[in-house]
Design a binder for this molecule. Structure first.
Ligand code: ATP
Length: 238
C-alpha cells in the first residue's frame, strides 16, 4: 500500500467473556480507498466498526485512525470522520431536516452556514423533497439515507459505514453506491462493512474478508477478482 494509512489496526482483539468477537486483526485502509469489510452475520464486523470509532473498547491491540490513537485521541479526529453505525438513530417525531439541524447545531458558519450544510446533505442523499416529513413516516431506506446525510455534515475525510445499504430497495442501493463513489472521487476515504459480496464488488477498491472474527484476506479488488473462488467459499452471497 503506497498511500498513507487512514485506518490501521494491529492485533486488534475483542472478547466477550469466552467468546472472541474480533480476533487479532491487522487492518490497513489507505487514503483514497473504498474499503469493503466483508463477512457473514456474526463475524465481528459491527464490533470492529464500533472499536474504530472508540465506541467499544478493545480487549487487546492497537488502532490508529487518521493518525491518532483510538480511543485515547479519537476526539481529535471525530470531526473529520463521518460515521453511520447500525440503524441510524433519529427522532421519529421530528422531520428529517430537524434531525439534521440538531446534529449540526454546533457546526461552524453561523445560521446560514448551517442551513446550507443541511440542505446540501439532504440534496446529496435525495431526501430534499421529503425533508419536512416526520422521520417515523420514512422507510428504512430513507432512514439509512438520513443517517448518511448526518455523516456528511462535517464534510469528512473518512466515512465509516456499517452496512449502509441494509434495508434499501435496489433503486436506493444504486443511489447510495453512486453517492459513495462520487464522494470517494472527491477525496473521501470510504470504509464500509457488508455481508454481500456483490455489494463490495460493485463498490470497493480493496476488500478485507472477516470470518469468525479473523481477517482471512485483505487485497485490492482487482486481484481478488482473479481469485474470487476463495471469497465465495468463505462468504456465500445471500
Ligand atoms: P451482524 O452483521 O449480525 O451485526 P457482525 O459481523 O457485525 O454481525 P458482531 O455484531 O460484531 O458481528 O458480533 C460478533 C460476535 O460477538 C457475535 O458472536 C456476537 O454474538 C458477539 N457479540 C457482539 N456484541 C456483544 C456483546 N455486547 N456482548 C456479548 N457478545 C457480543
Amino acid at each position: 500500500i503506497e498511500a498513507p494509512l487512514v485506518i490501521e489496526t494491529h492485533g486488534l482483539t475483542k472478547r466477550y467473556g469466552s467468546r472472541t468477537a474480533v480476533d487479532d486483526v491487522d487492518l490497513h485502509v489507505a487514503q483514497g480507498d473504498r474499503y469493503g469489510f466483508l463477512g457473514p452475520n456474526g463475524s465481528g464486523k459491527t464490533t470492529l466498526v464500533r472499536m474504530l470509532l472508540g465506541l467499544v473498547y478493545a480487549t487487546r491491540g492497537e488502532i490508529r485512525v487518521l493518525g491518532r490513537e483510538v480511543p485515547s485521541q479519537v476526539h481529535e479526529v471525530l470531526p473529520s470522520i463521518g460515521a453511520m453505525v447500525e440503524g441510524p438513530a433519529a427522532y421519529g417525531h421530528l422531520s428529517g431536516r430537524a434531525n439534521l439541524d440538531l446534529l449540526d447545531a454546533s457546526g461552524p458558519g453561523g445560521r446560514s452556514g448551517r442551513k446550507r450544510r443541511v440542505e446540501e446533505a439532504l440534496e446529496r442523499v435525495g431526501l430534499a423533497r421529503i425533508d419536512r416529513r416526520p422521520v417515523r413516516t420514512y422507510s428504512l431506506g430513507m432512514r439509512q439515507r438520513l443517517g448518511l446525510a448526518g455523516a456528511l455534515l462535517t464534510t469528512p475525510d473518512l466515512l465509516v459505514l456499517d452496512e449502509p445499504t441494509n434495508g434499501l430497495d435496489p433503486h436506493g442501493i444504486r443511489e447510495i453506491r453512486e453517492l459513495l463513489i462520487e464522494l470517494n472521487e472527491e477525496g473521501t476515504t470510504v470504509f464500509l462493512s457488508s455481508h454481500l459480496l456483490a455489494e463490495i464488488e460493485a463498490l470497493c477498491t480493496r476488500v478485507g474478508v472477516v470470518d469468525h472474527g479473523k481477517l482471512v484476506l485483505e487485497e485490492p479488488m482487482d486481484s481478488v477478482r482473479r481469485t474470487t473462488g476463495r471469497i465465495i467459499v468463505v462468504t456465500p452471497d445471500v
